[in-house]
Structures are given as C-alpha cells and as structure tokens.
Design a protein around this ligand. Structure first.
Ligand SMILES: Cc1cc2nc3c(=O)[nH]c(=O)nc-3n(C[C@H](O)[C@H](O)[C@H](O)COP(=O)(O)O)c2cc1C
Length: 359
C-alpha cells in the first residue's frame, strides 16, 4: 500500500492521506466574502488530507487582487464557516492561508479605506490586473511606521482567532511569492533603517513577530508558514545572501515551535530551480512537519515521501482541474487539464465544472 494514500499526522491532527491542496487564489469571492459557489468548489475537493485555502487577507489593506476573500469581517467569518463545515463533513482538514499582499496591489482593487502599504516606499516593477481598468502599473506603497507594523501584527493575530471561530483547523502564513511578509525578508523591497531593516535578523523580525502573535493567539499546533527561498515572483530578484538568509529563517522558525513549514518550488512553472540543498537544510533544521510542493505527480510524491524528503506533499494545478484527484491517482486514471484562461475569472466556469470520474 502506498504511503501517499495512508493516514498522516499533522501535530494533533490526523489527515486522511498525505496529500495537501496547495493554496490557490481563484478570485470568485465577490465583495471579498466567501460564498456558496466557493463552498461547492472546496467540498468537491474534500478527499484531500489537508486543504490550504486560497490566499485570504487579514486586513482591508491586503486585498490586493480582485475578488479575493478576507477574514477580518463578520460576514467573511460566516462565509468561511459554511466552507469549513462542509469540508469537514468530507473528512478533510482545512487551514486558511493568510495572505497580505502589501505592495502587490492597486488602489483600484482595495476596498474603501484600504491602503497600499509595504516595508519601504519602493514600487514593484510591472503591472497588475484590476476589474475596473484592466492592467495598471504597480504604485509606490506607503512605508509602514512602527505603529503600522504593530497594527499589521495585530491584524494577523485577530485573523488567526477569526479563523478558529470560522471552524478552520489552523492558518498558513503566506511568507512566499513576493507578498507583504516576504517583502520584509527581501532586501530589494525592504530598505528600512530601523530594527525591521538591514541585517537578516532585522528583516526577519516582522515575520517572526507575526508567527509569535498568531501562535500566542491560537496555539503553535495551528500555525504553519509558506516560504519561497530562491523565488523571484513579484519582482523579488536573487541576491548573494539568499541562502544565508533562508538558513537563518529555518533556524529561527524552528525555535518558534510552529506546526509546519511549506516550501514553494515553481520551477515546473518556468521559475528558476530551487536548490536541493535548501530543501535538505529545511528538512534537517526544522523539526516539525515539512511540506514540499511544485510539479508533483503521484509517482514523484510517493518517491519523496518514501525517501523522507517531506512529511506531506502539496499539489496545486492537478487538484484545481481534478476535484477527485485522489481517486484518479489511486486508479492511475487520466486527468483533466487545467484551463489557465479561467483561473481567476468570476463564476462557475473553470471552477466547479471540472468533471469527476464518477460524475
Ligand atoms: C491559479 C493559481 C493560484 C495560486 N494562488 C496561490 C496563492 O494564493 N497562494 C500561494 O501561496 N500560492 C498560490 N499558487 C501557487 C500554488 O500554491 C503552487 O505552489 C503552484 O501551483 C505549484 O504547484 P503545482 O505544480 O502542483 O501546481 C497559485 C497557483 C495557481 C495555479
């Protein structure tokens, strides 16, 4: 019997298998509130061991993309509660990914009162999509004051509490792919001269404060983090100290005692490869659960689990296009191909209409 399909342990949680659905933004949350269409999408995928939701903002300032959900208002918590109840009924566990987009936003995407904030007033190169006016250049963010940083940490802690109230088993902090937490880690977006900038100890401070605050709010067993060492997405160029910085983070995160580290590898999507040494380093340094992701099929997932390279494997696009991926992988059945044109479009097309084998 394969390891992949056998039960797995995530701290105190027993998962029905070793497969995690990687977080995927799907932009179906009209007005930033989870809805019944999203219930259907997540329920269809309830045979996974663990679902990590799409990036979900802890703050009005973090709603960078059109139609992404939040978890800071009562309506959002109520919307998520329907999803967690329905997913639990299918046996999966579910964590919400807390994503604050920081400078990767546009004022046209933000709700009233939302502001583009980041560690420093450095605009990201490039453009982003807005519903109102199509593609727009990134704007220069307002550099967060120390009070603003405290406020953001408190927003994460409150969002973690809201997640528990909404029935989530835990939260995943999105410290990958160029969003706010990574903007603090990386020197190209963090030019601060106070205790949050300069050395890696300082650039990691905000992330570690968010980890500490969320762990204090809901418990270490309910908090994971996603990192993208060597990731360049969203104008995050490589730099000489990358390996050293992420080595420091591995040690510092291990000391926090949080539940898991989830590493991103987007080389299957055309990004530069993530050196194997960095994955091995996280495996050795981080004593709790390690999740690997990026370009996995069933055979490679089984091989890496058996070799002990990771405790769990996260899969994105195959789960997006195959609600019954577990069944297909068990049977070696053919898979639906993901349709990129409908990744972020409103409505059920390319969202809840991918056929299941027995559908
Ligand atoms: C449509 C789409 C949306 C995504 N949104 C997120 C997101 O909100 N948060 C995140 O951490 N990663 C996001 N990702 C990256 C995936 O979690 C995953 O790392 C990536 O798809 C590679 O895994 P795969 O080869 O199994 O698809 C997204 C990927 C896709 C395809």
């Amino acid at each position: 019997m394969s390891l992949l399909f056998s039960k797995a342990q995530l701290g105190p949680l027993t998962l029905q298998n070793h497969l995690v659905i990687a977080p995927m933004t799907r932009s179906r949350a009209t007005n930033n509130v989870p809805n019944d269409l999203m219930v259907e999408y997540y329920v269809q995928r309830g045979s996974a061991g663990l679902i990590v939701t799409e990036g979900t903002s802890p703050s009005p300032n973090g709603l960078g993309y059109p139609r992404i959900p939040g978890i800071f208002s009562e309506a959002q918590v109520a919307g998520w509660k329907k999803i967690t109840d329905a997913v639990h009924a299918r046996g999966a566990k579910i964590f919400v990914q807390l994503m604050h987009t920081g400078r990767i936003t546009h004022p046209l995407n933000l709700p009233q009162g939302g502001e583009v904030v980041a560690p420093s007033a450095v605009a990201a190169a490039g453009q982003m999509y807005t519903d109102a006016e199509g593609m727009k250049d990134f704007v220069t963010p307002r550099a967060m004051s120390e009070a603003g940083i405290k406020h953001a940490v408190a927003e994460f802690a409150q969002a973690a509490k809201n997640a528990v109230a909404a029935g989530f088993d835990g939260i995943e902090l999105h410290a990958a792919n160029g969003y706010l937490l990574e903007q603090f880690i990386r020197p190209n977006s963090n030019k601060r001269t106070d205790k949050y900038g300069g050395s890696i100890e300082n650039r990691a401070r905000f992330v570690l404060e968010v980890v500490a605050a969320t762990c204090a709010a809901i418990g270490k067993d309910r908090v994971g983090i996603r990192l993208s060492p060597f990731g360049v997405f969203n104008d995050m160029p490589e730099y000489p100290e990358m390996a050293a910085d992420y080595t420091y983070l591995a040690r510092a995160l291990n000391e926090t005692g949080l539940m898991y580290v989830h590493l991103v590898d987007h080389s299957a999507m055309g990004a530069p490869p993530v050196p194997d040494e960095i994955k091995v380093l996280y495996r050795k340094t981080f004593k709790r659960t390690l999740i690997l992701s990026g370009g996995y099929d069933a055979a490679r997932a089984e091989t890496d689990l058996t070799a002990g390279k990771a405790d769990l494997i996260a899969v994105g696009r195959p789960f997006l296009a195959n609600p019954d991926l577990i069944e297909r992988w068990k049977e070696g059945a053919a898979e639906n191909a993901p349709d990129m044109a409908t990744f972020y479009t409103p409505g059920p097309k390319g969202y809840t209409d991918y056929p299941a084998l027995s559908g």
